[in-house]
Design a protein around this ligand. Sequence first.
Ligand SMILES: *Cc1c(COP(=O)(O)O)cnc(C)c1O
Length: 364
Amino acid sequence: MEFNKHLADIKSYEAGKPIELVVREFGIDPKDIVKLASNENPFGCSQKVQDAVSSIVKNMALYPDDSMLKLKNALAKKYDIETKNIIIGSGSDQVIEFLIHAKAVENATVLMNSVTFAMYEIYAKQVGAKIVRTASQEHNMDEFYELYKEHKPSVIFICTPNNPTGDAIDAQALKEFIAKIDDDTLVVIDGAYMEYAIGKDKSKKITPKEVLEGFNNTIYLGTFSKAYGLGGMRVGYGIASEPIIEALYKLRPPFNITTLSLEAASVALDDEAFVEMSIENNFKEMKRYEEFARTHSLKIIESYTNFVTLCLNEGQNSSLLADSLLKKGMIVRNLSGYGLNAIRVTIGTPSQNDRFFELTSQLL
Ligand SMILES: *Cc1c(COP(=O)(O)O)cnc(C)c1O
């Protein structure tokens, strides 16, 4: 059978291995498995969210409120913006899908960092767009600007802090860059880890309000999957000027967010204490990873997120290390597919991190 010719060039996204798979493949008891592969919150989610969701679980016959006003109002309040500037997606992934399909056409150019979130490329290739990447591993706004002038891209992805490297862009430099971009180029700021960056260094902070007030060609993306601990609920959002939001709405399937997910995300925004606790643990534990890297002479990329990227030395192999850890029930992300001899490790609870240090010391 022949398919859409653009699909031939796409490698499907490989998600972090789920715990269920390690149970099946290696017969390890689920309680002995530690998953530090997908940047999920190791503390789960707020108790308030669990209570709210269980109270509505009995009423699932009705379609969700497709206006999503409860969640939009909560986001509007948090960011001091208006609900008309918000679109909710099944994860911010779905908003990325909408914006590519809304803006990029066959042979259009999509510009992104040399190493960055894999889904940008996958969605761009679905429409037959060409991918242009910068050379440097970290976002370099001068390189972005040179490539912008040369290729006139339809869409520019800026992932700050960046996944899978963890580095973040200075907010002032980013705003100066966007100010030089024409109105017909869609700039995407993917802030999936912004809560963590703000917890570490305010100079990395860029808010949806600043984006809205400063730029009508820019969309800010956020997610409930990371700091809010709701990866399983699939809720993310985009915040942009009305014309952008209206265009994206034309691509949205009806009822794209379930009743449970809408409730979970709305209530999660009410429990900032949970997020603060998570961020505090994160940076406290990150120091232990830095120490671990020093002890084992590994390079660690300065991270503004809830994960660290450990670069291995010559003679060490990230695929081998990740596989050996997996067999012991420790799931981390091998970055060889990104061209890096490195592993990405989500910062877990203190005891999960102990386990990582213990196993990895034995293997290195
Ligand atoms: C996790 C992540 C997302 C989106 O996750 P969803 O679960 O789809 O909301 C988006 N961008 C980056 C860089 C991420 O790491």
